[in-house]
Design a protein around this ligand. Structure first.
Ligand code: GLP
Length: 242
């Protein structure tokens, strides 16, 4: 059963989860973090950066693995998840860029990119703490409904709903890629601690399905119920259907 923590707002969630990451890094300086993109984890990254700078925490050995990436965006596109992770996590925390991996969404070599990513996570000893957001469709990473609960990192097609949701980051909806490469649900479940964050009423149904609904491929977030160590951090609005 997941531990559910209801917070006042995103800032409180940022402090709670950011402080937990600081504690992890203090006990394990080479901790492996699983990094989500999207707007949900930004308050966590901001608080973490403040703590790292303010308390002079050594993060030089911390490693990180992003959950997912768009396929086929031009290299250096500001909304590629590689750039987002660099901007929101690597630079503010003063991390070593080499210690952070993002799945490769380049078309060249895409057939083997998933396996290579899985091998890199294994070689790092697995993820200690995985930050997760959740999409309105219930996706975690970019595992849309129908994704196998045992899946590994692979290329997937984005749903129209997710493309529409993410259009706000692009100049026009047509610019949102059709495909992505994402850690599988099986990959996510191998992390040692899952921290699922969600804010706002638009996420209430997805949160309820993830936390309390039947475990099913039609609600990818429900896979967290298969994991022994899950913390769900939500505001009142996102918790409204629990
Ligand atoms: C995005 C990401 C997910 C994220 C989710 C929610 O498209 N691929 O990893 O958790 O959708 O996004 P947001 O946090 O912006 O609501």
């Amino acid at each position: 059963m997941a531990e559910v923590i209801i917070v006042r707002d995103e800032q409180e969630a940022g402090r709670l989860v950011g402080d937990a990451i600081v504690d992890l890094v203090r006990t394990r300086p080479d901790a492996v973090l699983g990094l989500a993109t999207g707007s949900t984890p930004l308050a966590v990254y901001r608080h973490l950066a403040e703590r790292v700078r303010g308390d002079d925490i050594d993060v030089s050995r911390v490693r990180g693995f992003a959950l997912d990436e768009y396929v086929g965006l031009p290299a250096g596109h500001p909304e590629s998840y590689r750039r987002v992770i660099e901007r929101e996590v690597v630079e503010p925390l003063g991390l070593t860029p080499e210690n952070i991996r993002v799945p490769s969404g380049e078309l060249e070599g895409i057939e083997t990119a998933g396996e290579e990513y899985e091998a890199a996570i294994r070689a790092a000893g697995g993820v200690d703490l995985q930050i997760l957001g959740i999409g309105r469709t219930g996706h975690i990473g970019f595992n849309e409904p129908g994704s196998s609960l045992a899946s590994s990192t692979r290329v997937k097609t984005l749903t129209e709903e997710t493309r529409a949701d993410n259009a706000r980051f692009f100049a026009s909806p047509d610019e949102v890629p059709m495909h992505c490469i994402t850690q599988g649900i099986g990959t996510i479940l191998r992390a040692r601690h899952l921290v699922l964050l969600a804010f706002g009423e638009a996420k209430a149904a997805a949160v309820a399905a993830a936390v309390e609904g039947p475990v099913s491929t039609s609600a990818p977030g429900s896979a967290v119920q298969l994991h022994p160590h899950v913390t769900v951090v939500v505001d009142e609005a996102a918790a409204a259907s629990l």
